[in-house]
Design a protein. Structure first.
Length: 559
């Protein structure tokens, strides 16, 4: 049987290929047979390889759903109608860049931006819904996720629900009359005010150019541009912007130069040499000064100073003799120049003054003298005039003013005091400035830096000031600059407003905000009474104004 079985089938060659179980394939090693026509097994292998390659190429085309969308769908959250959600996105679709919405801005503006982009690309309704959904985040996305499933029927329905939910964040319509409340602040530049006003006009629902121009001019602060609009009114905001550009350039140029001048002033102050430099280090002498002086006199290099009066003593040592000054009081080896002696005396005087100040329990404000060139020139002219004009014939040059006097009635509301200072309150730039000292011994009006910054004045408003203030003891105080401000004394029927040029000073400690000196005191035409702690000054209506000192405030200055 075995033999019959083997005889009925052809013999199997050892070099012939055959199909193995599990789809594996064994290929013969006979190269000659491989070059012939492929067998059925080889065709199967080729088909499998082509199918595998096709699957690998087809997989990247089908983009997997996003992680967020997958997680939402897994939880069954799908407010869009199923047909809208299942609609296929084109394979070559590229999503445009769209703004996001977090529920805090205007929903109408957001829908306008998204709708414009979707209209440009010609997106169908289902794609518009998905693109709008992709822009939601934070509170807006949480609102969408809380909607019932299949509750959004169309893009118009989505649009309606979206606006209704976030209507509270829509911009409120503003009328043109609301622009009348806009004011240019004191420290605000023309460019800043124009920018702020232009932004406000964008939100107006009923634009009116006449109202725009009137509101802008009404809020503009005093200045050259205000005068220009008053002389030649503008007809539209476009004309206002065009005319303002020239004034903005001038304003910014002035600010730049003020800043430059201030920096140059600081540089000069730091590099300024003292008018009387300190003693210099000279080459040590190898011989006594007496011998050196003798050789100088023999060579005729310098003459001796004029002879002193008989028995003149220059110095504490009455037994010592100076060959240079030809007098007693010091010897030649310890001789000093007059400038050196003067500086030594000044240093001793300052040291004595500082010692007295430290021992004094009460902090006092020293008298300040304005060393400005104009002030010094005015004093010199006054001295020359009084020196050469002994008397004058004619009427007085002082203006006619009402008679000002003090009587016991002025002592009403004044507490008994021991020489309290006269401290009042003034108004500057709509600010009530307290701790203002009336000091007739000061030749300058002082505004301290802390009060300057409290009134929100900028550094650019300071005008350069190259000189210094001199205290009563001779010490110099650096001045940061000067500024002219309208200052109002008292209020109601006693009010009087004048221009005051303040010198701005920065110190580590001060008891006052402002010191009113003689310049303002004379401009005000005031008369002061330290006994009754009040000042009186003539008013424009012929009456006399009175400002009372604040004793409680004055004593707080020293606490």
């Amino acid at each position: 049987m075995a033999g019959c079985g083997t005889q009925g089938k052809p013999p199997i060659s050892k070099n012939r290929s055959r199909v193995m179980p599990h789809g594996s394939l064994t290929i013969t090693n006979n190269r000659m047979r491989q070059q012939k026509a492929p067998s059925t097994a080889q065709n199967t292998l080729t088909a499998i390889q082509k199918a595998s390659s096709a699957v690998q190429k087809a997989q990247p085309v089908q983009a997997p759903p996003s992680q967020a969308a997958t997680s939402v769908l897994d939880r069954g959250v799908n407010p869009l109608r199923q047909s809208l959600w299942d609609s296929k996105v084109p394979d070559n679709f590229k999503s445009p860049h769209l703004p996001t919405f977090d529920g805090k801005t205007d929903p109408v503006e957001h829908l306008m931006a998204v709708g414009t982009q979707t209209a440009i690309i010609g997106a169908p309704e289902h794609l518009r819904c998905k693109l709008l959904l992709g822009t939601l985040k934070d509170a807006a996305l949480r609102w969408y996720m809380n909607l019932p499933n299949n509750s959004i029927e169309s893009y118009a329905d989505f649009h309606k629900k979206f606006i209704y939910r976030f209507s509270g964040t829509k911009h409120v319509k503003v009328t043109a009359t609301s622009l009348l409340t806009i004011r240019q602040s004191y420290n605000e530049t023309l460019r800043e005010y124009l920018t702020r006003f232009s932004k406000a006009t964008i939100t107006v629902s009923n634009p009116n150019q006449e109202i725009f121009v009137a509101a802008f001019h009404k809020g503009l602060k005093a200045g050259h541009f205000n005068e220009s609009l008053a002389q030649k009114p503008a007809t539209s905001m476009q004309e206002v912007v065009k005319r303002a550009s020239c004034y903005i350039k001038g304003e910014e140029s002035n600010a730049e130069k003020r800043s430059r001048d201030a920096k140059e002033k600081d540089s000069r102050s730091s590099n300024r040499k003292r008018r009387h430099p300190a003693d210099r280090e000279y080459t040590p002498l190898n011989r006594a000064r007496v011998h050196v002086l003798h050789e100088i006199l023999q060579a005729g290099l310098t003459p001796l100073p004029p002879p002193r009066m008989h028995n003149t003593i220059m110095g504490p040592d009455t037994d010592a003799w100076c060959a240079y000054h030809m007098c007693k009081g010091h010897d030649t080896e310890r001789v000093k120049s007059p400038s050196q002696n003067k500086r030594l005396t000044n240093r001793r005087a300052r040291a004595t003054t500082e010692t007295k100040e430290k021992s004094n329990e009460w902090r006092s404000t020293q008298y300040l003298e304005d060393s400005h060139e104009e002030a010094n020139s005015a004093r010199k002219r006054y001295v020359r005039k009084s020196k050469f004009e002994i008397c004058s014939v004619g009427s007085s040059t002082f203006p006619r003013t009402p008679e000002i006097s003090f009587n016991p009635e002025d002592a009403r509301d004044i507490l008994p005091h021991d020489d309290d200072p006269l401290v009042i309150q003034v108004q500057i730039l709509n600010c009530d400035v307290k701790r203002v000292l009336i000091d007739s011994g000061s030749s300058a009006d002082i505004l301290y830096w802390d009060a300057y910054k409290a009134m929100r004045l900028s550094d650019e408003q300071l005008n350069p000031y190259s000189d210094t203030l001199v205290e009563f003891a001779g010490e110099q105080v650096d001045v940061m600059g000067h500024i002219t401000l309208y200052t109002t004394f008292d209020e109601d029927e006693n009010a009087k407003t004048i221009k005051v040029r303040y010198l701005v000073v920065k110190t580590l400690f001060t008891s006052y905000n402002i010191i009113i000196g003689r310049p303002t005191f004379n401009s005000l035409g005031a008369v002061m009474s330290t006994l009754y702690l009040s000042i009186k000054y003539p008013l424009n209506n012929g009456k006399v104004g009175v400002v009372k000192g604040n004793q409680v405030l004055a004593r707080k200055c020293y606490e």
